[in-house]
Design a protein around this ligand. Structure first.
Ligand SMILES: *Cc1c(COP(=O)(O)O)cnc(C)c1O
Length: 419
């Protein structure tokens, strides 16, 4: 036994994080069923029971993405791991890429595409707005990109880009469509096949009610053909007759989709060690959404968003951005004049145990973002959050009828019947 004064074995207490209600842009409170799944016994990565769980997870992900895509699997890492795997495997140095940017995560797609060696063209929409599909078509016609990379719901601005027509536009110009659905999958409808989306990715910690650390992705045969042109097999695993491809090798080993396909597919070729506990979590996240029903889940998000906005408006606050395109999973609201946004967030956290989101870039200090995602997207959380916000804002000097916000949201959920 060590008796050093600063013995790390005795310096710290057992982990004991405070219970919080996480009503920000994610992460959110994890569904207890998902937490339980993560404590299940580990299996070897090629144990037939484990590979069966991998196959079940693929089937569940197809359900979530509403696709028949064989390649629906997990990338180990947070949501941006899914983005990187798709972009680094698709983009060969010099490829033209078009990125419509309407918030922070559009900038992220642009940056990752550039790092992959793409010749990237950006188009910009003011934060709080989205793109007219005609404007995207004009730019696709002009740039003739190999890939269009776009965010579905940009959590930074709380706006959702209409995507129903974009896939068809991309097909007409022989362009591949990639969608970042991190903050919308499992909260807002995204029928991947019906909308002709070629590839999409997400994370667990938003509408899927899981912890950060696993990225569901899906991609179709158009993408499969493109990435297989670059198929490489590691020395030590490859058969003697393997012929390396002409096309440039994918720059990342960890995110090399053809190698991941060999791991998740029948070949079961060794790649990384699948993050087993995260796979259990992802499987349970997807299972819960599908068991609850996709349409029922989308309706629950839409109802929470309507009630939250009704409550905010009743308190005299102004929702942010083009309301026709607001995300159901997160709501932006202007910080009222004369109110210190960060002080309000601190009071909510310290006095009520509730976290809401700040914002980035041009919106910093101008809006708060209130999430209604997945497991947290339910009536009682919307009501509790509004009640707390109201108390804090009244203390900060705003005046409105006490209870106005909560009651408006309560009414939005269930109109009163006359007694
Ligand atoms: C949260 C988010 C990301 C980043 O996710 P990480 O899990 O932090 O890597 C990417 N895109 C969108 C739209 C997001 O909302």
């Amino acid at each position: 036994m060590s008796t050093l004064p600063n013995d790390p074995a005795t310096m710290f207490d057992e982990l004991s994080p405070s219970p919080r209600l996480l009503m920000g842009p994610g992460p959110i409170n994890v569904d207890p069923r998902v937490l339980r799944s993560m404590s299940m016994p580990l299996l070897g990565q090629f144990d037939p029971e484990f590979t069966a769980y991998m196959n079940e997870t693929m089937a569940l992900l197809r359900g979530l993405f509403q696709t028949g895509n064989r390649w629906s699997l997990l990338i180990d890492g947070t949501a941006r791991a899914g983005i990187e795997a798709l972009l680094v495997s698709l983009i060969e140095p010099g490829d033209r890429v078009l990125v419509p940017i309407f918030g922070r995560f559009g900038h992220l797609l642009h940056e990752i595409a550039s790092r992959c060696g793409g010749e990237v063209t950006a188009m910009h929409a003011e934060w709080g707005t989205v793109f007219d599909p005609d404007a995207i078509e004009d730019e696709v016609r002009r740039v003739r990109p190999k890939l269009l990379a776009i965010v579905h719901g940009d959590t930074s601005t709380t706006m959702a880009q209409p995507l129903a027509e974009i896939g068809e536009i991309c097909r007409r110009y022989d362009c591949v469509l990639y969608v970042d659905a991190t903050a919308t999958l499992g909260g807002i409808d995204l029928p991947v096949d019906a909308w002709q989306i070629d590839a999409a990715s997400a994370g667990l910690q938003k509408c899927l009610s899981g912890p950060p650390g696993s990225a569901p992705v899906t991609f179709n045969e158009r993408v499969e053909r493109l990435v297989l042109r670059r198929k490489h097999v590691e020395a030590g695993l490859r058969p003697a007759d393997f012929v390396p491809p002409e096309a440039p090798r994918i720059q990342s080993n960890y995110f090399d989709l053809p190698m991941l396909m060999d791991y998740w597919g029948e070949a079961r070729l060794n790649h990384h060690t699948e993050a087993a506990s995260m796979l259990y979590a992802a499987r349970e996240c997807a299972r819960i959404v599908l068991r609850d029903g996709l349409q029922e889940t989308f309706a629950r998000h839409a109802a929470a968003s309507r009630a939250l906005v009704a409550g905010l408006v009743a308190m005299g606050l102004e929702p942010f951005g083009d309301q026709r395109h607001r995300m159901a999973s997160i709501t932006g609201v202007h910080i009222p004049m004369g109110v210190d946004g960060d002080k309000v967030r601190t009071a909510l956290l310290d006095d009520f145990g509730i976290e809401i989101g700040t914002s980035f870039g041009p919106l910093h200090g101008r809006i708060w973002r209130i999430g209604t995602m997945g497991y947290n997207c339910r009536k009682r959380n919307v009501l509790v959050c509004l009640a707390a916000l109201e108390a804090v804002l009244r203390r900060a000097g705003l005046s409105f009828a006490g209870g106005a916000g909560v009651e408006a949201a309560y009414d939005a959920y269930a109109p009163r019947t006359d007694p």
